[in-house]
Design a protein. Structure first.
Length: 254
């Protein structure tokens, strides 16, 4: 009887282990970006997005940021074809800004710097000015936050050249990243009047720095709102940042 009970216990333990292993595999599959993209996008659009992501990965660009971007837009109801276009254009901006950063300093840019630079380009910042910003910053300092802050200032109404000058002045005075993030507090009233809202850039960094983090999209993060410049749409297909809008001249690129 004792041998029989031991055999039953071993069998039960093995069954529990198998069930737990299967649950882990299911959980991993449900959170894998490739699997999630195939689940939330039509087959054709998913294939095109995954092709762009594979190309980015092969060229050492931040592919995970593109995965996250597509997942967040899908969670917000953006049209699948606009997601394809948005991801492709963001990859092109990443490639362009990597070159701009490399022209400004000798070390290879980090993934965060490439992501931040791509967002800056999307908002109308010139690649040559990105190179100049990289050149003036200490060579061992990441300029990812500086670039995100430039984009945040543009969002709040400053022309891109003015936003860059403000950040460059702070960098020249050895401002920390935290001090850079407080820049919008100092904006003149006329700039604030044209911006989205009088909030600090630091509040938005979590949204713009990792544009794909959205609960419910198989990613960690907040789903409190759409990505930068994607309005709440009441269930209607949304438009990703930079697509379908006509910003004022000298501001964000279409």
């Amino acid at each position: 009887m004792r041998h029989y009970m031991r055999a039953i216990a071993r069998s039960a333990a093995a069954t529990v282990a198998l069930v737990a292993g299967a649950a882990r595999l299911r959980a991993q599959a449900s959170t894998d970006p490739t699997t999630r993209l195939k689940q939330v996008l039509p087959a054709g659009a998913a294939a095109r997005v995954l092709s762009v992501i594979a190309d980015a990965r092969a060229r050492d660009l931040p592919a995970a940021a593109l995965e996250n971007r597509a997942l967040k837009f899908a969670a917000k109801g953006v049209d699948a074809q606009l997601i394809v276009r948005s991801v492709a254009e963001q990859e092109a901006r990443m490639d362009s800004v990597r070159g701009a950063l490399q022209r400004g300093r000798t070390r290879a840019p980090t993934a965060d710097e490439i992501e931040a630079g791509a967002e800056a380009l999307r908002k109308g910042v010139d690649g040559a000015r990105v190179s100049a910003l990289a050149r003036m910053a200490p060579p061992d300092r990441s300029i990812a936050v500086a670039l995100y802050v430039v984009g945040g200032l543009v969002d709040r109404g400053l022309p891109s050249d003015s936003a860059l000058m403000r950040v460059e002045e702070r960098l020249a005075n050895h401002a920390s990243d935290h001090e850079l993030e407080s820049l919008p507090v100092d904006l003149p009233p006329q700039a604030m009047a044209h911006g989205n809202r009088p909030a600090e850039v630091g509040r938005d960094l979590a949204e713009t720095k990792h544009p794909g983090s959205a609960a419910g999209a198989g990613q960690s993060g907040s789903a409190a709102g759409p990505p930068a410049n994607v309005p709440a749409n009441g269930g209607k297909p949304a438009t990703p940042p930079g697509l379908g809008n006509k910003p004022p001249t000298g501001r964000k690129k279409p």
